[in-house]
Design a protein around this ligand. Structure first.
Ligand SMILES: [Zn+2]
Length: 165
């Protein structure tokens, strides 16, 4: 049974919101998409990035399923693609034999926005500023495991900017 809805979010564009109580460790929904080869996925990502750089809406919803395939979630009927990133997420993605599920990692009540860690790499932090509004927000959409690396990258950039000034 569906326990969420998609609507405008204060975080970013649209978001997914809880409509009924969700307990911890519940499977909230499946992240649906089209299975494509890594080569095809990279081609699609490039097309979307070009669109975005021209000021149009370009979005990449590619999940690496394994070394051979991506799941491209940019299809109609996949509300999970609207789940926003947070530095303090209440859900996570789990890959179960090629199916991606959204699992709650906290108990949720109606009106709570569902959030996940997008798992982006620290190396490309500047492309993805974060406005999640959580107390521990690091300012960029970067996976938690790389926060220490992110901080040192930001420090390095600051030192460089000072040297150039
Ligand atoms: Zn944040």
């Amino acid at each position: 049974m569906k326990k969420f809805k998609v609507r405008k979010s204060g975080v970013h564009g649209r978001g997914v919101f809880c409509t009924e109580k969700i307990s911890r460790e519940e499977t909230v929904m499946e992240y649906l998409g089209e299975k494509v080869s890594i080569k095809e996925g990279d081609r699609r990502a490039e097309v979307q990035m070009k669109k975005a750089s021209k000021g149009k809406v370009g979005a990449v919803f590619l999940f690496e399923l394994n070394t051979r395939y991506y799941l491209d979630g940019n299809i109609p009927g996949n509300p999970a693609k609207y789940i926003n990133h947070s530095c303090d997420p209440n859900c996570r993605f789990e890959n179960d034999r090629g199916h991606i599920y959204v699992i709650s990692q906290k108990s949720l009540k109606p009106e709570d926005e569902l959030t996940v860690d997008y798992g982006f790499d620290a190396e490309i932090y500047e492309d993805h500023p974060c406005r999640c509004g959580s107390e521990n927000c690091v300012g960029y959409i970067v996976q938690r495991r790389q926060w220490r690396k992110l901080k040192s990258l930001i420090e390095k950039a600051k030192v460089k900017a000072k040297a150039e000034a």
